[in-house]
Design a protein around this ligand. Structure first.
Ligand code: HCA
Ligand code: CU
Length: 380
């Protein structure tokens, strides 16, 4: 795992390709500012050649003077590259479809033509003094023997980064690891990984890429992007926080949940209940066995410490799966001391009641109060 690993957030490019997403200039600025404050190294933005507005927005983002460097995502086309250079971005991310699917149904060019256009594009960016990345779109369905000459050629030109794109979300972690390791040995440039989530592996694949020596991962907030999106920023941070927290020193982790909430509000996309870190129940514990252990030591059932993200652990105490330690904990919160016998009676009675229908904390509190009084009176 590289200590100099970095994040290229593409919420403002790939995220703009998410169904229904629309970002006003002001919203793009808000998102960019929050991502910069969080600490990502790069922000990828939509090609300035797309429209006059896209050009004006990119120029506005560049003028913000953020720490993060701004990269335009641009086809290997001289006019598009010229527009990106004019916009003032710090670098350009070039791409070209190399799988037979994208060659035949997409641009219709031969691999020799792709190689030629890619090298010309790289030279054009370099002549303007900007950093440049080249990526084979649909890398994982491309023929390795066919793309290696292209990658070697752009590598020999001295590109800063070479991207591996799992465009249709088909790759498995083992496949990503194998290809990324091979290219890591083969090429001089830093590698980047961009992975879609169609088959649910976007975060796992990004992690496998890092394990294989890839330096940069593309993310979006909430994972938004074409179809069902790409590696989410929150998922990647959760993955690294679980086992490689040393890599996260530069990130302002308390900014992550507010960032997810901001993008959710702007796009109108609710944060999925099972989303890493920002999901509504990411730090809620329920079953009695879990509650009992978490009350002794939260690490018993937590890979991630909620406090790292400015979040609070929640204990869901009042339901049929609760347990004695959970009820005792609630009684202590209420300032009520229950004897072991009272605790057993209250717990069993409450669990039986909760099994018959939905109840909540008020019912548990009432049961604790009643149990303390009744059993206490009986004992006298
Ligand atoms: C696209 C495709 C892309 C490009 C990724 C990259 C993909 O929408 O243009 O340039 O690294 O998934 O292949 O997002
Ligand atoms: Cu993509």
């Amino acid at each position: 795992m590289r200590q100099d690993f970095g994040i290229i957030d593409t919420t403002l490019r790939e995220g703009e390709q998410f169904a229904d997403a629309y970002f006003s200039t002001g919203q793009k600025r808000r998102i960019a500012r929050a991502l910069d404050a969080f600490g990502v190294q790069y922000l990828e933005v939509t090609s300035p050649a797309v429209s006059k507005r896209s050009m004006a927005d990119v120029q506005a983002l560049v003028r913000m003077g953020l720490r993060a460097r701004i990269l335009a995502h641009v086809r290997c086309h001289p006019d598009d590259i010229a527009a990106a250079i004019k916009s003032g971005v710090h670098g350009i991310n070039l791409f070209f479809g190399t799988s037979s699917f994208l060659r035949q149904a997409g641009h219709g060019r031969s691999l020799d033509e792709v190689l030629e256009a890619a090298c010309a594009a790289v030279r054009q960016v370099q002549a303007a003094g900007l950093e440049v990345r080249f990526s084979c779109e649909d890398t994982f369905r491309s023929d390795l023997d066919e793309i290696l000459p292209i990658l070697r050629a752009v590598d020999a030109l001295g590109v800063q980064r070479i991207g591996l794109a799992d465009t249709v979300g088909i790759a498995s972690p083992r496949q990503v690891y194998a290809l990324a390791s091979l290219l890591h040995n083969e090429l001089h440039a830093d590698l980047g990984f961009h992975g879609h989530n169609d088959s649910g592996c976007a975060v796992a694949n990004a992690y496998a890429a890092l394990e294989a020596g890839v330096r940069y991962i593309d993310t979006t907030v909430l994972g938004i992007g074409e179809r069902n999106g790409i590696t989410s920023l929150e998922g990647l941070i959760a993955r690294l926080s679980a086992t490689d927290s040393g890599l996260l020193a530069r990130y302002n982790l308390h900014g992550l949940i507010p960032l997810a909430e901001m993008v959710s509000e702007i796009t109108g996309v609710p944060i999925p209940f099972n989303h890493s870190i920002a999901g509504s129940h990411a730090f809620t514990h329920r079953a009695g066995i879990h509650l009992g252990a978490v009350l002794r030591d939260p690490r018993s059932y937590e890979a991630l410490d909620p406090a790292l993200f400015g979040a609070e652990r929640r204990l869901d105490l009042a339901h049929a799966l609760t347990g004695r330690r959970a009820v005792e904990h609630r009684a202590q919160e209420l300032g009520i001391a229950l004897s072991p016998k009272q605790l057993a009676t209250v717990t069993t009675g409450f669990k039986n009641r909760a099994a018959r229908g939905r109840v909540g904390l008020p019912e548990l509190d009432a049961a604790i109060r009643a149990g303390a009084v009744v059993a206490g009176a009986a004992a006298q």
